[in-house]
Design a protein around this ligand. Structure first.
Ligand code: SF4
Length: 298
């Protein structure tokens, strides 16, 4: 869209699939954690806050017509929620005052950012127009969280998510299929389902592990210290995960470009249908029914 050409972004920009049509603005640059072994997104960036000054500069580069069309904004980079509450509220106020059609602002969050905020802080952000938080749960398995240097425990992840829920901000969680390899697959599926059941979020997006050059995990794979799972092993893991999910009304999707099989539905309602689709693909055992490797991406 036109703003992609106009705004001067710092480095590569990443956003959730559901924010494809949103105006992306960098409230922060990079990720304040930046240590996960599987993540290449912000390796080249040093974390900093751009805040109101940076966002104002971006908005000034948009013409009147473009500003009047924006309905959704996604605040990049990796965890704009790390900004202090006042700064983030100022950014939200600025956006809603400058973009007359704005309906929702979303951002990535990291559990430690949420830990450092009170429920009242989060409620103020919601009141200022923060409409969704995307949080990378990745797994419910503490061993895998430690191994992938996520920097948080499952309890901390769950606590952060429940806090977001208490503030009534819609929550979208991502988990990573294949994160532990085949030997840890059953445990990863079981413990991840357990954590998700405790949180009961509005949205879950399953990604499939990608191992891009530049990540510590790539080096480990090169040294044969990690063996990625094949597409059917990944689908088996997905099936085990879905079988163990007990959620009240959650949109579950595997539409991220990293996945072999894009499926979606509302859980629990569509659980049996989703499982049947996975089983039929597993029974066929034909790689042609899956997204080819060259079309997978981050
Ligand atoms: S996965 Fe998230 S928390 Fe981890 S380094 Fe990447 S952006 Fe930061």
């Amino acid at each position: 869209m036109s703003w992609l050409l106009v705004i001067e972004y710092e480095g590569s920009i990443w956003r959730p699939p559901s924010e494809a049509r949103s105006l992306i603005l960098q409230a922060t640059v990079g990720c304040s954690h930046n240590a996960c072994t599987f993540c290449v997104s912000y390796k080249q960036k040093k974390y900093k806050v751009r805040g109101v000054l940076g966002i104002r500069k971006d908005l000034e580069s948009l013409d009147h017509h473009t500003r009047n069309r924006v309905k959704r904004v996604f605040l990049a980079d990796g965890n704009a929620l790390a900004m202090n509450t006042e700064d983030l509220n100022n950014v939200l106020d600025l956006l809603y005052s400058e973009l007359p059609q704005l309906e929702r602002v979303g951002t990535y969050g990291y559990a430690k950012d949420v830990r450092d905020k009170s429920v009242d802080d989060l409620k103020t952000m919601k009141k200022s127009g923060l409409g969704i938080i995307y949080l990378g749960l990745e797994t419910g398995d503490d061993d895998l969280l430690r191994w992938s240097r996520k920097g948080v425990t499952t309890d901390e992840n769950v606590e952060a998510c429940l806090k977001i829920g208490n503030a009534e901000i819609p929550l979208s969680l991502t988990i990573i299929l294949g994160l532990g390899g085949l030997e840890n697959s059953d445990r990863h599926a079981r413990l991840t389902a357990e954590a998700l059941n405790k949180i009961d979020p509005e949205y879950i997006g399953a990604l499939t592990l990608m191992i891009p050059p530049g990540t510590p995990l790539f080096e480990m794979t090169e040294r044969n210290e990690f063996t990625p799972m094949d597409p059917f092993e990944i689908l088996n893991e997905l099936k085990k995960l879905v079988e163990q999910l007990h959620l009240s009304e959650c949109v579950f999707r595997t539409n991220h470009a990293s996945n072999y099989l894009p499926i979606g539905g509302t859980l629990n309602r569509d659980r049996e249908k989703i499982i049947q689709v996975i089983e039929s693909v597993l029974d066929m055992g034909d790689e042609k029914s899956l997204r080819p490797g060259y079309l997978r991406g981050l």
